[in-house]
Unconditional design. Sequence first.
Length: 382
Amino acid sequence: MKDLPLTVRRSIELLGLVLLGTLLVLGKGIIMPVLMAFFVSIMLLPVYRFLRRKKVPEVLAILLPILLVAIFMAAIIWFFSAQISRLVADLPSIQKNVGIHLTSLSDWINQKTNFSTPEQVKFLKDQSSKMLANAGTMVSGAVGSLGSVFVFFGLMPIYIYLFLFYKNLLLRFVFIWFEPSQHKKVEEVMKETEVIIKSYLIGLIIQIAYITVLLGGILMLLGIKHALLIGVIFAILNLIPYVGALVGNLIGVLLTLTSSQEIAPIFIVLGVIAFVQFLDNNILMPRIVGSKVRINAFAAILGVFIGGSLVGVPGMFLALPMIAVLKIIFDRAEMFKQWGVLLGDERPLRSPMSFLRLRRKSDKVTEEIKKENDIEPTKAKR
């Protein structure tokens, strides 16, 4: 590859990215459950290793962590079911509150525009007719999506079991793929990947717990209805970088609007969410995840949108850990170091236009930039 012209090398790299995206789109039904199972199996490795050290049989040492994950998922589903049941029980008052808010909105539109109430009613009826016309297609799509979700989560435990059972075989395959001279770097990549995925996923679980407790608890104390539901929805959506928080705010506002006839609770909800987000971004999450996942905001947002457009919601949730793993690989491969720089958060404080040293791929220069940004190196367990 080094003997090829620079333009040819860069073209091959871009073609590789296009091929990877095409494979994800065409094979997302197969690839995404495998990828999710891979991340979860890495998170479960400490439990598996602990059980094996205690002389627990291998099959049981694999099944017990999977059972823990199943119990955790069942608890989340039970919680959502209970909260949605409460929401359904409040349906009469929700309809009344929505009617009041729509009337207020209609009056405001009348005052600000020439769009009269009859015209607004006609517009709503037209839109409702269009929605009803497409209802059959929407329901069919929803049923298909629900079936895909069941297949997705039905396959995941099987894949997790196989990843843990055949992990030594898979590791051997990876090492044999490379020349012996490269095995040291391969080992570093695998250890660092394990550290980052474990710290990131475990950190997210802790994040869901404390955001739900903090946000739901504060809103409950302030008398906001469906406080816990708002808390857990925001906590889960917050896992999608940047975009999720915006959608979480919107859902929180909508739930508050439907459960109250006043506007003041909306500002309370938005204020509490802003306060919890400030604590999460500046105090709590940095201490939990630390500096192990350092992806710049541009790469994170772009990754979320690309992941969502290629493979849907799972791609949005997995975007950040996938980018983090790619960055580790790129940083270790001489040929792809520029891509690692593009994804990372190691921002030079001086311009490469003036300081020629910053134009090099040198590891020494990278370390200097990391020190400038107070980025600590990831420590892999030996």
